[in-house]
Design a protein around this ligand. Structure first.
Ligand code: MEV
Length: 320
């Protein structure tokens, strides 16, 4: 009997959340330090476990520890990760014990649901000696994401397994060249975001006022394209300005909140080159751009002083 193990990590959206659901391109950054590890061990076969059901499986995590078929609604994506992967492998009658250790806070726009799905699906496959190819893995994560929040663009699913910034357009991904080193600080409001509701409300606005909302979506898409150019060209100041503009556009879509705006203001007060909400919004996290590591420390301190529950510093282009 072998133990399966796999890891993934959090993500943060640089530009393009919400607009990406309606076809706009987006840029996503991995947050490697926020790791999720899944460990899977086979259990003794359970005679009465119905094939394809969650019966017989066992979960050990901070959200739920116990039989998988008694898991609360919040764990349903994890249930899907286990059952869909076993179905894919054709071994639905083999019960497993799944342990999830996650440093990605849940419901904070950091891709926790996709990161847990990525680690669990790969670890379940690993216990049966299978390495999922990238597209199969992506489809399994997306199956879990549909359970988590309805109509996921696939951006989170890409970000949580990427080891470098990714350009996402029409469901496909491309690596992004970097012309400089960029240092970001992510800060958690401590307030859970509501991606499903936020995505639904943007869709409602789009239905009611297609002209205005489509124009905002297009502008966010144009900002994503511009931001890609600033990454490639190494223009840190211009990237910051794009982030500020993205926050204003997201606010006009109704997905910011007083807590998010408070952290954005605190970061700007500490001289951040740019600051915006990141992910679904209405709670969750902000993403800010610093000049260098020392500046990132000062921004992080200011954000914690303004009430942030946690901060992460993440850099890209370290080898430039
Ligand atoms: C959530 O992290 C990002 C959204 O754009 C939703 C999605 O892309 O599925 C709000």
């Amino acid at each position: 009997r072998r133990t399966g193990r796999a890891s993934s990590h959090g993500k943060t959206i640089l530009i393009g959340e919400h607009a990406v659901v309606h076809g706009a391109p987006a840029l996503v950054l991995p947050v490697i330090d926020a790791e999720v590890v899944a460990t899977v061990t086979p259990l003794e076969d359970v005679a009465d476990a119905a094939p394809g059901s969650a019966a017989g499986h066992h979960l050990e995590s901070t959200v739920h520890t116990g039989p998988l078929d008694l898991a609360p609604a919040a764990v349903m994506p994890t249930v899907t990760a286990v059952t869909a992967t076993l179905r894919h492998l054709g071994v639905t009658d083999r019960p497993v014990h799944v342990r999830v250790d996650s440093q990605v806070p849940t419901a904070r726009g950091m891709g926790s649901s996709a990161a847990v799905a990525a680690a669990v699906t790969a670890a379940v496959a690993d216990v049966f000696g299978v390495v999922l190819d990238a597209e199969t893995h992506h489809e399994l994560i997306q199956e879990c994401e549909r359970v988590a929040h309805g109509s996921p663009s696939g951006l989170d699913a890409r970000g949580v397994v990427a080891d470098a910034p990714v350009w996402f357009e029409d469901g496909r991904i491309e690596p992004v060249a970097l012309g400089a080193r960029f240092v970001f600080v992510v800060a958690d409001t401590g307030v859970p975001g509501h991606t499903r509701e936020a995505v639904a409300s943007v869709r409602e606005r789009l239905d009611h006022d297609p002209e205005t909302v489509r124009a905002v979506i297009d502008r966010i898409g144009a900002l994503a394209r511009h931001a890609r150019g600033t990454l490639e060209g190494g223009d840190v100041q211009a990237l910051g300005a794009s982030m500020d503009a993205a926050h204003d556009l997201l606010t006009s879509l109704g997905v910011s909140s007083p807590d998010l705006d408070g952290l954005v203001a605190a970061a700007r007060g500490a001289g951040a080159l740019g600051a915006k909400l990141t992910g679904g919004g209405r709670g969750g996290c902000v993403l800010t751009l610093a000049e260098d590591d020392d500046h990132a420390d000062r921004i992080a301190a200011a954000l914690r002083g303004a009430g942030a529950a946690a901060t992460w510093t993440t850099s890209i282009g370290d080898r430039v």
